[in-house]
Ligand binder design. Structure first.
Ligand code: ATR
Length: 273
């Protein structure tokens, strides 16, 4: 039996076992994928124990995404650029670290709005945390000509922009609505609007109806941002697909089959939110 797991602290909230369990069944693979709660001080020893037990690899989430990079023998270029790993593959006693968040983000946009990058103009990204870093890397890699980055704490946006060079420009959080008039893509990478968090106050009145709007928040599935953007005539893509698509490369590396993000999987995960 092929074994994998997701490690976090806490980990109860993780939907990854539902995703991988769905695909294991669909592909008829003799495999298991479980949640494991691992405190930061035990992370390295836990990984060594997994390797000794013959695990194929693991997903890692908060707070292990940086430690996962540090214990790896090899690191993908995208994980290096993002400064964090979410996927580990164990092979021949060695650890390979990757970050699939950006791929998940782009594949979600492409599945939800297939022509999102045809004749693409600038993008506006809200937020400058870990999720924003993966989104910026992916948008630049996909050929977005320029990104306007806004964050409540401007200095954090400036730090992040400096990692990516001249195609990322920082504007004030208070100027975001005005800046939104001239963009092809708008992405919220903050947790604002998520169940249990503060609301995101963002008027979509300046948006052109040609702007694609994506929220990486997926609970609720239809956030106020997406609702307001739709009233403005914009196409929208919700955030659930990013969670599903980011899981694809890990499944393929561990279990040997490339899975599909199908409607049945979306329904299964939605039912557990
Ligand atoms: P993640 O890894 O999920 O991106 P993070 O690194 O904690 O999480 O980043 C959270 C993001 O949400 C940041 O951009 C944060 O803004 P600050 O850098 O100013 O803290 C943003 N955020 C969180 N709460 C916010 C709020 N009430 N208003 C505006 N932005 C907020």
């Amino acid at each position: 039996m092929i074994k994998a797991a997701v490690l976090g602290y806490p980990i109860a909230q993780s939907k990854s076992p539902i995703i991988h369990g769905h695909w294991l069944k669909k592909h008829g693979i003799d495999g298991s994928y479980v949640k494991q709660e691992v405190a930061p001080k035990n992370f390295s020893a836990h990984i060594q124990e997994m390797i000794a037990q013959g695990y194929a690899g693991a997903n890692v989430t908060v707070p292990h995404k940086h430690a996962a990079l540090e214990i790896a023998d090899t690191v993908s270029s995208r994980a290096t650029a993002i400064g964090a790993a979410n996927t580990l593959v164990f092979r021949d006693g060695k650890i390979h670290a990757d970050n699939t968040d950006g791929e998940g983000f782009i594949n979600n946009l492409t599945q939800g709005a297939p022509n999102w990058n045809a004749g693409m103009g600038p993008a506006l990204v809200l937020g400058a945390g870990g999720a924003a870093r993966a989104v910026l890397h992916a948008l630049l890699d996909a050929g977005v000509p320029e990104i306007i980055l806004v964050n409540r704490t401007r200095a954090r946006a400036e730090d992040l922009a400096s990692v990516f060079g001249r195609r990322v420009m920082v504007a004030d959080w208070g100027d975001a609505e005005q800046a939104s008039a001239a963009v092809s893509t708008l992405v919220n990478t903050t947790a604002l609007g998520m169940v249990g968090c503060d609301p995101l106050h963002f008027s979509c009145a300046e948006l052109s109806s040609n702007t694609l709007v994506n929220d990486i928040v997926y609970n609720p599935l239809k956030t106020d941002l997406l609702r307001n953007a739709e009233k403005q005539g914009c196409a929208t893509v919700d955030g659930l697909g990013m969670l599903l698509h980011q899981a694809v490369p890990g499944f393929e590396a561990w279990f040997g089959a490339r899975p599909q993000v199908d409607p049945e999987l979306r329904q299964k995960v939605l039912a557990e939110l």
